[in-house]
Design a protein around this ligand. Sequence first.
Ligand code: PMM
Length: 297
Amino acid sequence: MPPTVRTLVMGILNLTTDSFSDGGSWTTTGRALDHARAMVAAGADIIDIGGESTRPGATRVDPATERERVTPVIAALHAEGITTSVDTMRAATAAAAVEAGVDIVNDVSGGLADPDMDRVVAEANRDRPVDYCLMHWRADRFESAAGAADHGGDVVADVRDLLAAHAGRAEKAGVPRERIILDPGIGFAKSVDENWALLRAVPDLISDWSAAGYRTLVGASRKRFLTPLRPAADGGPGEPASADDATAAVSALAAAAGAWAVRVHSVAPTRAAVDVAACVAAGTGPALPEGWRARRG
Ligand code: PMM
């Protein structure tokens, strides 16, 4: 079934000093808010706010620092009517973010890093709807996205199985299924080929998860496996931002497959991609001023 609603664009706001690709750029609240507003102006529907990097080699920040980074930004954006998501593996940070008005808890550990996370999201849902994004990341300890984990020889089956287990666990804790978003965790402890194999499987994953009542988020933006598509002048992999065009292509494909949302650094090209996918699916363009639709060309 082609998608009937437009895929949402989640703009990334990393309030960290060392993220994958934009670490250190938005470390004061004022600059962070300016960047968030610019992403909204460029077409972002949701701003995903993170105070701790998962970049390979990153060390974890202390809980108070993480909380102090994210909550003022969430509160300010919420007051402006902007939908926000908090990218955290800590239940206490998620609880503070909920208090500040966050709409989505985005946990890259799929609820494994903190045994209180499911309960915090379930309790938040007693007052108002709070989405819970559960990402696939097979790790012994959630400290670094480095390296390739053992996915039993079939990364797609592993993503299906582990995320089904996460979702079942979260629902048992009291999170309503309609609040759960599943994310295949592109780039997290996966080899280059595993990332491409997962992207190939995204349409099947989306259709199965959607039939079961779950939404899907795809996050491939600036991930390392995309950079060899545009090598640097010396023949090595390009800088993370060199993958922005490839990211927009992934967004178009994910949107055509019915992804609920795509998580990206560079918003405008992805917004164009998901808008095109929605128009193609509908077989019609956006609302136009009188007289335009009849024009040829
Ligand atoms: N990737 C990163 C961080 N958080 N959250 C979700 N749900 N999905 C992702 O793919 C994801 C994420 C790492 O990328 P960044 O450090 O450039 O934000």
